[in-house]
Ligand binder design. Structure first.
Ligand code: TRP
Ligand code: ZN
Length: 472
């Protein structure tokens, strides 16, 4: 009893200290609310400074003027001049809060119309608003910033974020690269809606998430306005710029499709997009209604080398192959609408998307899902592939092969374990229950147990929590 009590006290004290509330108002003075700083991170152990505490962002309004470098011998650097207007709602009384912003320079920060003091070091923009901010009262924060854009890299050394290209930029933020181009609470737990105004030299096209609202040209520069009304995690935002041809169409169900294909690519680079409408119909049958109000693709002529499931508009590096298109489309349900609550749950993105590409291939008359599963199970037990803990692969293991292939094999094995009917119900319930939100491996196990009426602890332990080959 007393031990338990001591723990509660220690935990409560730790919470107050970490929220920074301790010092401000005199305790016991009911007239003066306590204010403190918001946490510098969202609490994700893989990326401790990604995201922030003390507030929720509800909307980003990004106005970006961008000048790409142009042909060699100009250095491969662009210039950006931008204003980001964030609508934020404090979840505690704040006398200071953080935003994530890397590499660019901040000119001014205005909170509720008043200039605020700020510091900007090591990717953390620390703002001290006056007057202070009250819990529950929404405010607008306007950040004017800009500078030189380059070729940022993620924790594993892969290009990401605002990747400057000769004729534009390929913008791919997973997991924490949104902060390379706008001030952001850069964690999937803080989803928001977005408006974009991207101004580029006339002749270039800027493509972001959601719907194309407008494009207008004056003085040799074109502003492309896009609106993403579906809530979106920051790692899924994009505003890619290139020598694109825009192609618009609709699925038979009336869903708008907007593709942007780099004119410098050979025609077969986008051949994998041909069956997009059929794929959407197929995955709607598997996972339930398509979660957003438009779809499409960006195929860029960059050197980034991988695709990303940017929301409503996946982006492909040089080539959109059919299997990758199926993978990125499936992410719209699995990863984008239902996102990882912590990055360690990434297998619920990549395992599902890989499994989805297996069942699409089977549906389309290609390799069967069983064959794909058997290929994974043919990997010898002593191969290091089986050493990855799928449900906790580490920050440098987010894109390890096992997260994809053992993740997909886990779902295939689960389908055998609980039967096709329960697995189908689980797929749809997962997409529905956690739509526009985040979830964990435990959430998935619990839902699978609820729907199948089975205890699946041993199954999930063997498949995603143990660094050894499972025996099916
Ligand atoms: N999430 C992407 C996909 O599977 C892949 C991805 C993101 C990636 N960042 C990466 C792959 C870095 C390799 C390296 O569609
Ligand atoms: Zn993926």
């Amino acid at each position: 009893m007393s031990a338990k009590f001591a723990w509660v006290t220690a935990a409560a004290t730790a919470m107050i200290v970490s929220a920074g509330v301790a010092a401000s108002a005199a305790p016991g003075d009911p007239g003066s609310p306590r204010f403190g700083p918001g946490a510098p991170g969202a609490g994700d152990p893989y990326f401790p400074l990604a995201g922030n505490g003390g507030y929720d962002v509800t909307h980003y309004d990004l106005e970006i003027d961008y000048q790409p470098p142009g042909p060699a011998p100009a250095p491969l650097e662009g210039t950006m001049q931008a204003t980001a207007t964030l609508s934020i709602t404090p979840t505690q009384n704040l006398d200071q809060f953080n935003l994530d912003l890397r590499d660019l320079d901040v000119e001014s920060v205005v909170v509720r119309g008043r200039p605020a003091r700020f510091t900007h070091d090591d990717g953390e923009l620390v703002v001290t608003p006056r007057p202070k901010m009250h819990a529950g009262r929404p405010v607008r924060v306007e950040v004017t910033y800009g500078g030189t854009t380059g070729r940022p890299t993620d924790i594993e050394g892969a290009l990401y974020g605002w990747v400057t290209t000769r004729d534009g930029a390929m913008v791919v933020n997973e997991p924490d690269g949104a902060s390379t181009w706008y001030p952001v609470s850069d964690h999937p737990t803080d989803k928001a809606t977005y408006d974009f105004d991207i101004t580029v030299p006339e002749g270039l096209v800027a493509v972001a998430n959601g719907d194309l609202v407008d494009s207008r040209t004056s003085n040799g520069r074109t502003t492309w306005s896009w609106s993403s009304r579906d809530p979106m995690a920051s790692y899924l935002s994009t505003a890619s710029v290139g020598n694109y041809e825009l192609r618009t169409s609709k699925t038979p169900d009336g869903l708008p499709l907007i593709d942007a294909i780099d004119r410098d690519l050979a025609p077969d680079a986008s051949a994998g997009l041909a069956q997009t409408a059929e794929m959407i119909a197929f995955f709607e049958g598997e996972f339930g209604p398509y979660p957003f109000d438009s779809f499409g693709a960006i195929v860029d002529d960059d050197s980034v080398g991988y695709a990303l499931e940017t929301q409503t508009r996946p982006i492909y590096s040089r080539r959109a192959s059919e299997g990758t298109v199926a993978h990125e489309l499936a992410h719209q349900w699995m990863g984008n609408s239902v996102s990882p609550q912590r990055w360690r749950h990434i297998w619920l993105n990549e395992g599902w998307a890989t499994y989805a590409s297996w069942i699409w291939a089977e549906h389309d008359g290609g390799t069967t899902a069983r064959e794909q599963f058997e290929d994974v199970m043919a990997i010898p037990a002593d191969d290091e592939f089986w050493q990855t803990i799928v449900a906790d692969p580490g920050a440098t293991g987010l894109f390890a092969g096992a997260v994809y292939d053992r993740g997909a094999a886990t779902l295939y094995a689960l389908r055998q374990e609980i039967g096709d009917a329960a697995f189908g119900e689980l797929s749809r319930a997962w997409s529905q229950r956690f739509a526009d939100s985040t979830a964990t491996t435990d959430d998935f196990q619990e839902l699978a147990e609820e729907i199948s009426g089975r205890d699946l602890a041993a199954f999930f332990d063997a498949w995603v929590r143990t660094p050894a080959k499972p025996t099916p």
